[in-house]
Design a protein around this ligand. Sequence first.
Ligand SMILES: [Zn+2]
Ligand SMILES: [Zn+2]
Length: 379
Amino acid sequence: MRSTPWIIAIAASCAVATSALAQTYEDNLAAGAASTDQNHLNVPFVKPENAPSVYTSAGNWPIFENRGPLDRSPADTASKVLVMGSGDPSPNPYRYGPALAVIVNGYPYFIDAGEGWWRAVGKSVQTQGALDLASIMAPANLKYMFLTHLHEDHTVGLPSFISNPYKFAATTGAADKKVYGPAGVDEMIADINSAWRLDRNEMFQGSTVQKADGSTAVGVPVWPHVDDKGRKIFEDDNVLVEAFPTAHGFLEHTHAYRFTTKPDNRVLVFGGDGHYSEGLVNAAKDADVLFVEGITRKNIKYATWGGDTEEEKVEIIGAYHMFPSDMKKLQDESGVKGIVMVHVQNYNTPEDFERLGVLKEMQDEGVENILQAQDGDLY
Ligand SMILES: [Zn+2]
Ligand SMILES: [Zn+2]
């Protein structure tokens, strides 16, 4: 059973979400933040006594996962965005790797395939009751994937996306997969097909059936026909998708995807990882909602990578990720109406850790209409 505070929190959130995204840090805190002394998940937790390791840093503690999924989508829109995985590369056992879906007319289009992709679908189906996700996520509907970039934490779920739905689709049928992404995605998909060929060709198709429906996947490179102005890469009866270049570390090709939904003309943008860039501003121009990463600036000295000094960390990590000043510039120049943060990198000491600390920094910087997502949220 869901606890009473959780239900109240959902009702409060829905009331706010019908007109715009929640406005303040306090609103965000109130939305589902009714915590217990233990944690939302009620899992056993013993505070680590030794210095934090990659596994036990405060960002991975269950006591900071103190709310369940919310429906924060406007009530009057036919299209929705489901956040199935809001995590980053950190081994947080309570957040799946990056995984989002635009849902239009009961059909899903996926953005990024992070760690635990197939389980993330299962979790959202069971915890987000605002849509009939069990029908929407039927294996025959799992066809289109758009990868923002080819870093491991955004792609390691691809074998699950390709193979698992097929295994469970004996009676319902499965879809052949089409994976759009930066240059190299065709090789990546071909390599995955090859690496799991025993499973795919022998165990589930029999040795004589090589290309059963629903068992194949192809990668479609978006590059090289994308400049800062963007380019249409996909269109069907539900959505139009344009790709834009972004800037993320030393990767040569990374993309933001701008979805325009046909039934209700919503503009939903997925920035992936990266800092401020001209391409990202154009992708998010006057959009309804931008889903994008965010990272602490105030506590960057506690980051576990990027150099020894704070100056080094600002320079190196700033070449990869979105500090609050970057987010503010991005919002001012793009005119994007609402921002939802995923892949939040919230470094801090256990004593001072705040679940919404990065969100607070963004709002202190002047970023407006910004929320922080949890797995299973709907926007
Ligand atoms: Zn990432
Ligand atoms: Zn990345």
